[in-house]
Design a protein. Sequence first.
Length: 171
Amino acid sequence: MATIKKAATSKATAKDKLDKLYAKLVKQLGGSRKEIELRALTELAERLPEKGAVKPAPKPEPVEEPRTGGLPKRLYLLLDGRGLDGRGLPVEVIDLPATLGSSKRCSVWVNSPNIETRHLQITQDGSDWVLEDLHSAGGTFLGGERVQRHTIRHGEEFQLAGYLRMRTELR
């Protein structure tokens, strides 16, 4: 009898945790429980390797945002194409608006046919750094979702045109 009671309590606790998680996700993401389930399962399925495929290198864990006191935060972009070690080449964003693209006139020049001439632009909105995709064909993605305009946070990793990884650091 005690074993049955314990199993029922364990199921109730798991259900409570699941309900709390759903409530949090509905509040933060919007949408219904079914939409959240579909989104989570879709993202999980996209991350699974093909049968017999080589497992990709693990993503670096986001680093806690450093505190800078009263000074404005400086933005560094860590660019990492195929074959680099995962850390990337750091580039500080100085001129605003800063453009990233394959044109040599861009603030951040990327020598790749996959990257648009003017792929994205970075600006400041108050104390926030803002990334804006300039209607590129290959797109700018965060967590597998295409973004048009996004407030940059420390440690985020963007994918540009399915080729270039760009990690952000606020220092």
